[in-house]
Design a protein around this ligand. Structure first.
Ligand code: DQA
Length: 147
Protein backbone atom coordinates (compact mmCIF):
# COMPACT_ATOMS: atom_id res chain seq x y z
CA UNK A 1 0.00 0.00 0.00
CA UNK A 2 1.49 3.35 -1.02
CA UNK A 3 1.94 6.04 1.59
CA UNK A 4 0.39 9.51 1.66
CA UNK A 5 2.13 12.10 3.82
CA UNK A 6 -0.03 14.90 5.24
CA UNK A 7 2.36 17.43 6.73
CA UNK A 8 1.24 20.46 8.70
CA UNK A 9 3.40 23.43 9.57
CA UNK A 10 3.49 26.03 12.32
CA UNK A 11 0.46 26.89 14.44
CA UNK A 12 -1.72 24.21 12.90
CA UNK A 13 -1.54 22.40 16.26
CA UNK A 14 -3.76 25.28 17.46
CA UNK A 15 -6.62 24.36 15.13
CA UNK A 16 -9.94 24.42 16.97
CA UNK A 17 -9.04 27.46 19.05
CA UNK A 18 -6.99 29.48 16.54
CA UNK A 19 -9.03 32.22 14.81
CA UNK A 20 -12.10 29.98 14.43
CA UNK A 21 -13.81 32.51 12.14
CA UNK A 22 -11.03 31.81 9.61
CA UNK A 23 -9.99 28.23 10.31
CA UNK A 24 -13.18 26.73 11.81
CA UNK A 25 -13.78 24.65 14.91
CA UNK A 26 -12.17 21.36 13.89
CA UNK A 27 -9.01 20.34 15.73
CA UNK A 28 -5.89 18.85 14.16
CA UNK A 29 -7.02 15.47 15.56
CA UNK A 30 -10.29 15.92 13.64
CA UNK A 31 -8.29 16.64 10.49
CA UNK A 32 -6.21 13.49 11.05
CA UNK A 33 -9.45 11.50 11.28
CA UNK A 34 -10.75 13.00 8.02
CA UNK A 35 -7.46 12.06 6.36
CA UNK A 36 -7.54 8.56 7.81
CA UNK A 37 -11.03 8.04 6.37
CA UNK A 38 -9.99 9.29 2.93
CA UNK A 39 -6.88 7.09 2.90
CA UNK A 40 -8.93 4.04 3.89
CA UNK A 41 -11.38 4.79 1.06
CA UNK A 42 -8.66 5.18 -1.56
CA UNK A 43 -6.29 2.46 -0.41
CA UNK A 44 -3.46 4.61 0.90
CA UNK A 45 -1.49 4.36 4.13
CA UNK A 46 -1.54 7.67 6.00
CA UNK A 47 1.41 9.39 7.65
CA UNK A 48 0.05 12.50 9.41
CA UNK A 49 2.39 14.93 11.17
CA UNK A 50 2.65 18.52 12.40
CA UNK A 51 5.65 20.60 13.41
CA UNK A 52 6.34 24.21 14.27
CA UNK A 53 9.93 23.77 13.00
CA UNK A 54 10.89 24.25 9.37
CA UNK A 55 13.73 21.69 9.52
CA UNK A 56 11.36 18.93 10.67
CA UNK A 57 9.23 19.55 7.58
CA UNK A 58 12.33 19.47 5.35
CA UNK A 59 13.45 16.16 6.94
CA UNK A 60 9.99 14.62 6.49
CA UNK A 61 9.90 15.67 2.82
CA UNK A 62 13.28 13.93 2.39
CA UNK A 63 11.79 10.83 4.05
CA UNK A 64 8.92 11.00 1.53
CA UNK A 65 11.50 11.33 -1.25
CA UNK A 66 13.20 8.08 -0.19
CA UNK A 67 9.82 6.28 -0.24
CA UNK A 68 9.13 7.81 -3.64
CA UNK A 69 12.43 6.45 -4.96
CA UNK A 70 11.38 2.98 -3.73
CA UNK A 71 7.97 3.26 -5.46
CA UNK A 72 6.17 3.30 -2.11
CA UNK A 73 4.86 6.86 -2.13
CA UNK A 74 1.60 8.30 -3.53
CA UNK A 75 1.96 11.96 -2.67
CA UNK A 76 2.32 14.76 -0.16
CA UNK A 77 -0.44 17.05 1.05
CA UNK A 78 1.42 20.02 2.50
CA UNK A 79 -0.10 22.75 4.59
CA UNK A 80 3.09 24.60 5.39
CA UNK A 81 1.25 27.35 7.30
CA UNK A 82 3.21 30.60 7.33
CA UNK A 83 6.32 28.85 5.93
CA UNK A 84 4.38 28.78 2.65
CA UNK A 85 5.15 32.47 2.27
CA UNK A 86 8.77 32.42 3.43
CA UNK A 87 10.47 29.07 2.89
CA UNK A 88 12.84 28.56 -0.01
CA UNK A 89 14.03 25.47 1.92
CA UNK A 90 10.64 23.77 1.63
CA UNK A 91 10.44 24.69 -2.05
CA UNK A 92 13.89 23.19 -2.64
CA UNK A 93 13.05 20.03 -0.66
CA UNK A 94 9.98 19.34 -2.83
CA UNK A 95 11.93 20.02 -6.03
CA UNK A 96 14.91 18.02 -4.81
CA UNK A 97 12.92 14.89 -4.08
CA UNK A 98 10.68 14.98 -7.16
CA UNK A 99 7.62 13.95 -5.13
CA UNK A 100 4.05 14.84 -6.07
CA UNK A 101 2.94 17.61 -3.74
CA UNK A 102 -0.46 19.24 -3.34
CA UNK A 103 -0.20 22.57 -1.52
CA UNK A 104 -3.17 23.02 0.78
CA UNK A 105 -4.60 25.86 2.81
CA UNK A 106 -7.69 25.73 4.96
CA UNK A 107 -8.49 29.38 4.27
CA UNK A 108 -8.62 31.14 0.91
CA UNK A 109 -5.24 32.84 1.20
CA UNK A 110 -5.97 35.00 -1.87
CA UNK A 111 -8.88 36.67 -0.09
CA UNK A 112 -6.63 37.60 2.85
CA UNK A 113 -3.62 39.86 3.53
CA UNK A 114 -1.34 40.47 0.55
CA UNK A 115 1.63 38.78 2.30
CA UNK A 116 -0.32 35.51 1.99
CA UNK A 117 -0.69 35.86 -1.79
CA UNK A 118 2.83 34.69 -2.59
CA UNK A 119 3.77 31.04 -2.09
CA UNK A 120 7.20 29.44 -2.51
CA UNK A 121 5.44 26.06 -2.38
CA UNK A 122 3.24 26.73 -5.44
CA UNK A 123 6.32 26.86 -7.68
CA UNK A 124 7.15 23.27 -6.72
CA UNK A 125 3.63 21.85 -6.22
CA UNK A 126 1.64 19.84 -8.73
CA UNK A 127 -1.60 21.49 -7.56
CA UNK A 128 -2.89 24.01 -5.06
CA UNK A 129 -6.04 23.80 -2.98
CA UNK A 130 -7.30 26.53 -0.70
CA UNK A 131 -10.48 27.82 0.85
CA UNK A 132 -12.31 24.51 1.32
CA UNK A 133 -11.85 24.52 5.08
CA UNK A 134 -10.58 21.29 6.62
CA UNK A 135 -12.65 19.34 4.06
CA UNK A 136 -9.90 20.23 1.60
CA UNK A 137 -7.70 17.56 3.17
CA UNK A 138 -9.83 14.55 2.13
CA UNK A 139 -10.50 16.20 -1.24
CA UNK A 140 -6.75 16.52 -1.82
CA UNK A 141 -6.18 12.87 -0.85
CA UNK A 142 -8.90 11.84 -3.32
CA UNK A 143 -7.17 13.93 -6.00
CA UNK A 144 -3.95 11.94 -5.51
CA UNK A 145 -5.70 8.94 -7.07
CA UNK A 146 -5.71 10.89 -10.38
CA UNK A 147 -2.02 11.90 -10.25
C1 DQA B 1 -2.83 28.55 6.20
C2 DQA B 1 -2.72 29.95 5.61
C3 DQA B 1 -1.39 30.59 5.97
O1 DQA B 1 -1.30 31.89 5.40
C4 DQA B 1 -1.26 30.72 7.48
O2 DQA B 1 -0.02 31.26 7.83
C5 DQA B 1 -1.51 29.43 8.17
C6 DQA B 1 -2.59 28.57 7.72
C7 DQA B 1 -4.21 27.92 5.96
O3 DQA B 1 -4.32 26.71 6.17
O4 DQA B 1 -5.16 28.61 5.60
O5 DQA B 1 -0.87 29.12 9.17
O6 DQA B 1 -1.85 27.73 5.60
Amino acid sequence: MKKVFVLNGPNLNLLGTREPAIYGAATLADVAQLCQGACATHGFELVFRQSNHEGDLVDWIHEAGRLHAQGEFAGLILNAGAYTHTSVALHDAIKGTGIVCIELHISNVHARESFRHHSYISLAAKAVMCGFGVKGYPLAIAALTEM
